[in-house]
Design a binder for this molecule. Structure first.
Ligand SMILES: Cc1cc2nc3c(=O)[nH]c(=O)nc-3n(C[C@H](O)[C@H](O)[C@H](O)COP(=O)(O)OP(=O)(O)OC[C@H]3O[C@@H](n4cnc5c(N)ncnc54)[C@H](O)[C@@H]3O)c2cc1C
Length: 417
């Protein structure tokens, strides 16, 4: 076994959380080494919907959610599915998810998300102002569409909470819907428009550009797979599958859905699972899409990207190893065609990605139980892109010993007992 020498900060994982953390750490004067087992920025951060969803403060585990679940589960290609081969394995996670949906825990989650989203929005503004990253972020607003009056009314409670939180939006009728997005099927008579809705032009290009910037500023990339982390005296030793060992002053674990094993090697048992999501990216010209469209009753989104039109979403609780079921991408595309009849569905590229998800739908950000020299930054579920700059700020505060911008207590790894 050879030792690669001591590095200052080792960031394991080059998804949006890892690269954004590296950018902030460099700005704070730290020297960064990336450790990545695959290609830079090719995890969940490559294929997501590209939405900076700062208004999405409502926790997914909400009172009554478990009553809706059986209805969704009836359709194996619907918004939520659990492959039979994974049903027993996901049961403990679902139980914790159900516990997180109590009215008390929901209010707590809402409060935490409001603070996290405020930080996320203000930090992302700073990222958008970095000259090398100019042009990646745009503001076209978000249109939330409902199938009918009943589902629109059912969502009213969430919109009331957003209003209380100071989020600007307006109810729009059919003529306004048509103005905001021509070509929608006539069934869409009820919608909300959030003018502050932001997105990136392409999530892979955004993540890759940050990685390139960090590398151009002097970071190094080490290719390899971390298998365990040990604290030996004053040293933090990362073992690689190849047999190499890396000694680092600080280690950031930003391995997305694959972070659980490394946390376990430090004594932190974290109920991290994956909510697999599917999409299809259609070539440019597939539709004249003016902005992000969220089809609330079907849990999927259609986003205009620089690389084309991306149609995707839904949740499959199927773990890391089962093969993808691309019939789910097709099902979403068929629905999108029904809702946008002029959509050209040919020539699309299918993709499946692993959302890293904790049952309370909050990330893990903070020191490991074994040592403050290892900082966790994973488990952002549906909101990793959105909360990447906020996470990077918190990680950097923890590394540099500054008082964290907001309390990281709700994000501690030990919260699951
Ligand atoms: C369909 C879909 C749509 C989404 N839409 C949005 C959206 O619109 N807005 C939003 O905010 N979020 C969205 N998300 C969620 C978002 O994509 C994720 O939360 C985010 O990308 C997670 O980033 P990450 O850096 O933690 O993980 P990843 O991007 O998965 O990166 C993890 C990296 O770690 C590396 N790695 C793993 N293990 C090891 C190891 N042992 N050693 C070395 N390297 C390792 C991997 O190779 C990978 O490069 C969506 C997700 C999906 C699936």
């Amino acid at each position: 076994m050879k030792s690669s020498g001591k590095c200052d900060v080792l960031v394991i994982g080059t998804g949006i959380i890892g690269v954004m953390s590296a950018l902030y750490l460099q700005n704070a004067g730290r020297s960064v080494t990336f450790l990545e087992r695959g290609e830079i920025a090719r995890g969940a951060s490559a294929g997501n919907a590209g939405i900076l969803a700062f208004p999405e403060i409502i926790p997914i585990p909400a009172p009554g959610i478990m009553k809706k679940a059986p209805r969704w589960l009836v359709d194996p290609l619907g918004p939520l599915s659990v492959p039979p081969a994974y049903a027993m394995k996901i049961a403990p996670w679902l139980w914790r998810f159900w516990k997180a949906s109590s009215p008390r825990r929901f209010r707590y989650g809402l409060d935490v998300q409001m603070r996290m989203m405020a930080l996320a929005a203000s930090e992302m503004q700073k990222v958008a102002a970095v000259p090398e990253l100019a042009g990646h972020i745009s503001n076209t607003g978000t249109l939330d569409l409902y199938d009918n009056r009943t589902s629109f009314d059912a969502a009213r409670h969430d919109w009331d909470l957003k209003e209380k939180a100071g989020i600007a939006f307006s109810r729009v009728d059919r003529s306004e819907i048509e103005r905001l997005q021509p070509g929608l099927a006539p069934q869409f008579q009820h919608a909300m428009f959030t003018p502050g809705g932001l997105q990136v032009a392409d999530p892979y290009e955004f993540t890759r550009s940050i990685a390139d910037l960090v590398l151009a500023r002097g970071a190094t990339l080490h290719k390899g797979e971390a298998t365990r982390i040990e604290i030996v005296g004053e040293s933090t030793i990362v073992s690689l599958k190849s047999g190499e060992k890396i000694d680092a002053d600080k280690v950031i674990i930003a391995c997305g859905a694959w972070s659980k094993t490394l946390a376990a090697s430090l004594g932190d048992v974290v109920p991290l699972e994956t909510e697999r999501g599917y999409n299809t990216t259609l070539p440019e010209g597939a539709f004249d899409l003016t902005r992000q469209l969220y089809f609330n009753d079907h849990a999927f989104v259609v986003t205009p990207l620089s690389s084309g039109i991306r149609v995707g979403g839904a949740v499959e609780l199927g773990g890391l190893d089962l093969p993808p079921n691309f019939r789910r991408s097709e099902a979403l595309l068929n629905k999108a065609k029904r809702f946008l009849p002029g959509l050209k569905t040919e020539g699309g590229k299918q993709w499946m990605g692993f959302r890293p998800s904790l049952p309370d739908c909050l990330p893990v950000i903070g020191p490991s139980r074994a040592s403050n020299s290892v900082i966790y930054a994973f488990g952002h579920g549906h909101l990793g892109l959105t909360q990447s700059a906020a996470t990077a700020k918190l990680v950097t505060d923890l590394v540099t010993g500054n008082h964290p911008a907001i309390s990281v207590d709700p994000f501690r790894a030990s919260r699951f007992g």
